[in-house]
Design a protein around this ligand. Structure first.
Ligand code: QAP
Ligand code: CO
Length: 168
């Protein structure tokens, strides 16, 4: 197991579109284990492979308080079940220190493969639905800051760029 470095906005690699996983094997399970270790260490509630510079359709999520409800989504597909919208103040491990309200569908259906390569279906509402949509966006090269105003996004970009220069 290993902690993986997390790419931070505005890193261009976060804009990469992830490819489907062709075979759920031990190589993929090793990536998943490292992603959980990295997410729990942060700590975070969701992480997409894109954020650790792996451009394959893999997501890990755990919104439980005790970090004991790990969820894995490989090659996820999403359908909106209900047009009702839901506002949530989102954050992101790739945009550390910044939180903004984002509006998304409240109730979705997700079809994905688990870590054994078996298909499963989930119909989450509320926070889990938000989190899955946020992570699927990562696999498409999209970030939550893309939903906020240009002025807010620029301000976040400038502050993070300054931190990255100070760190270098
Ligand atoms: C995505 O985000 C999410 O800024 C997961 O300094 C967030 O785990 C989906 C984090 C909210 C739905 C609602 C962020 C940790 C973690 C930070 C995260 C930070 C440290 C974010
Ligand atoms: Co994120």
């Amino acid at each position: 197991m290993a902690l993986l470095p997390i790419l931070e906005f505005p890193d261009a690699r976060l804009r990469t579109v992830a490819k489907p996983v062709e075979q759920v094997d031990d190589r993929v399970r090793a990536i998943i284990d490292d992603m959980f270790e990295t997410m729990y260490d942060a700590p975070g509630i969701g992480l997409a492979a894109t954020q650790v510079n792996v451009h394959e359709q893999i997501i890990v999520i755990d919104i439980s308080e005790n970090h004991d409800e790990p969820l894995v989504f490989i090659n996820p597909r999403i359908d909106v079940l209900d047009e009702t919208l839901f506002d949530y103040e989102e954050g992101c491990l790739s945009v550390p220190g910044f939180y903004e309200e984002v509006t998304r569908p409240r109730h979705v259906r997700v079809t994905a493969l688990n870590r054994d390569g078996e298909e499963f279906v989930l119909e989450p509402e509320g926070l889990l639905a938000v989190c899955i949509q946020h992570e699927i966006d990562h696999l498409k090269g999209k970030l939550f800051v893309d939903y906020v105003s240009n002025i807010k996004r620029q301000r976040i970009r400038k502050k993070l760029e300054k931190q990255h220069k100070e760190r270098a």
